[in-house]
Structures are given as C-alpha cells and as structure tokens.
Design a protein around this ligand. Structure first.
Ligand SMILES: C[C@@](O)(CCO)CC(=O)[O-]
Length: 316
C-alpha cells in the first residue's frame, strides 16, 4: 500500500460523436501515444499535484468536479483505514479539447487507487467508476470515451449493440490539431439536446445521417478506401456544423488541411472548439498537412497512423 500507479491514454472519435448519445453507432481510436499516468503514495496529508491544480485535496476547485467526485467515491470504497495520500497526475493530453482527457484521468486514477489499496479491478468496475466521473464532467455521457481510453484497439460502439473492438489494415494517417479553444462538451451535448427537443424531425435526421456516416466509415476502414473515408469526414463535418458545433478557428484549420492535401477533415469530440482530425494518405502527406496547420494557428498537433496494430485483438 505504499505506492500505486495507474495508466491510461487519450482517444479520438473518428465518427459518430453526439449521434452516439442518441443511440447511433460511433467509432473511436485510442491515442496510445498520448498517455496519462497517475501515481499515489502515502503522505502526511492528502494532496493532488497536476498541471491543473497543486494543493490539498480538500481545496480542489469546481473545474475538477469530476476528479473530486471520483476521488471521494474511491476513497469511500477503498480507504477503510483513513490513510492520507499524495496523488500526482502526469498527462500530456490537453483538457477540454475532445481528446478524452477527463475519461483518461478517471481511468488512470481508478487503476491507481485499486493498485494502491491492493485490490483487484475488473474492466466492468473500472468502466463503472470512469462513467460516474464522466457524468459529473460531461452530463449525459454515452460511455464511448470511457471504453476507448481503456482499450488498446479501435472501438465501434452503440448503446444498443454495445462495444465491439475491431481492427483494420490501412496506410492512412490521422493528423490531430488542437485549435487552442476550449470545447465544453457538457454545454454542447446539452445544446444539441435543446435543438433536438425544439425540432426533433430536422435534428433527428442529422443525427441519423451521422450514424450512417459511421457505418460507411467502418466499411471504408475495412476496405482501406481512404478517398471514400476522406469524403465521409467532410460530410460528417458539415453535419456537425449544422448542429452548431463549429467555430471560425476550427473551420479555418479544416480548410487549411484540406487545401494542403488532406483527404478530408472534421471536428472530433464535443466540438465548438477543441480538436480537429484530418485524414492523410501517408506519412509524407501527413507532415505536409501538419506544417500547414501550424502555419494556420494550431496550438498543438499530433500524428497517428490509422492502423497501429499488426495483430488481431484477442477480445470478444
Ligand atoms: C459529444 C460526445 O459524443 C463525445 C465526447 O467526447 C459525448 C458522448 O459521447 O458522451
């Protein structure tokens, strides 16, 4: 019980964000190259050290309400001897940019607590805790982020069909760019709900079309049809813009990527700020797009091969 460690990573939704909240399918890819690590050790007083906050746990700010809620839950469940501890969060994921930082922190934190208190942790329990904190952070969360930040494989998810881990072989690359503008997922999910309640027919049709984009994405990935996939990215981005999820900065970045050779680009995650993803044919193409995005004002960029796995996942 002297030390505990938990690891996780970011995610990017390549298709179906927002529609997934309404039961349509979505596909997300784990960003295994952007890890989050949480360490816990015994300490005279309970503290948290992270790039967002350093200090006593009792002083955690409201902006970390999901983390605060999760720590309380885990402490209540596991800390029967009322031990004090120091938690450190080490993450290169930007927060509130649609890359799953809250779910990744939630999952690394849960793993670290169970490790620290030397208790076994199965995936269902892990997902249960991450979703609890996600509900505080994001409101009505679909559960997709929680599933992807604990997976090493792409995730195809819908509420009805539940989770399906899958794999594909593709030469493509994703270029991910941070607009530098915070995206408020809780707010955008709630705004889409308001739009839906006001005009269920029109908004329902957009969400349905996003669901169809996900089905087409799965086929394009399986067949390695990158040009088709790029077109689907652009279609989905137009649909997400109809849901009032784009801002001038992400529009500018998307235009810049598409003008410099991207096969297609879209908002990813909650939208109205945050990150965009762009599809590149190969690494050379991806680096060209990356340079253009930096010139156009992207705050940070990452490159990720679409297929990073050489073996089939050994998961049901
Ligand atoms: C916008 C959304 O679809 C993705 C957030 O990363 C919300 C959710 O799935 O809970």
């Amino acid at each position: 019980m002297l030390k505990g460690i938990g690891k996780s990573h970011g995610k990017t939704i390549i298709m179906g964000e927002h529609a997934v909240v309404y039961g349509y399918p979505a596909i997300a890819i784990p960003l295994v190259s952007i890890p989050v690590i949480v360490r816990i050790k015994v300490n005279p007083e309970s503290t948290l050290s992270s790039k967002y906050f350093v200090g006593k746990l009792s002083n955690l700010p409201d902006s970390l309400s999901g983390v605060k809620y999760l720590i309380n839950l885990l402490d209540e469940k596991l800390n029967t001897e009322h031990i004090n501890y120091a938690i450190s969060i080490d993450s290169s994921l930007p927060i509130e940019r649609g890359l799953g930082s809250s779910a990744a922190i939630g999952s690394a934190l849960t793993r670290a607590f169970f490790d620290f208190f030397d208790k076994p942790l199965d995936d269902d329990t892990l997902i249960h805790y991450v979703n609890k904190s996600e509900t505080v952070t994001h409101g009505k969360a679909s559960g997709l982020d929680a599933l992807t930040v604990i997976s090493d494989f792409p995730v195809n998810y819908s509420k009805k069909e539940q989770v399906n881990y899958f794999n594909f072989n593709s030469d493509g690359f994703l270029v991910i760019a941070d607009s530098g503008v915070k995206g408020k997922t809780k707010e955008t999910v709630s705004d889409v709900k308001k739009m839906y309640d006001k005009d269920p027919h029109y908004i329902g049709e957009i969400l349905k079309q996003l669901g169809q984009c996900t089905k087409q994405t799965k086929m394009a990935l399986n067949d390695n049809h990158l040009k088709t996939l790029g077109k689907i990215f652009n279609t989905a981005n137009n649909l997400l813009s109809e849901l009032n999820l784009s801002i001038p900065k992400t529009d500018k970045l998307i235009q810049s990527a598409n003008n410099s050779g991207a096969l297609g680009s879209k908002i990813t995650g909650g939208g109205r700020g945050g990150c965009i993803i762009c599809l590149a044919r190969n690494l050379t193409n991806a680096e060209m797009i990356q340079r253009s995005l930096i010139k156009s004002g992207a705050e940070q960029t990452w490159l990720q091969p679409l297929s990073i796995y050489s073996e089939e996942p050994d998961i049901d």
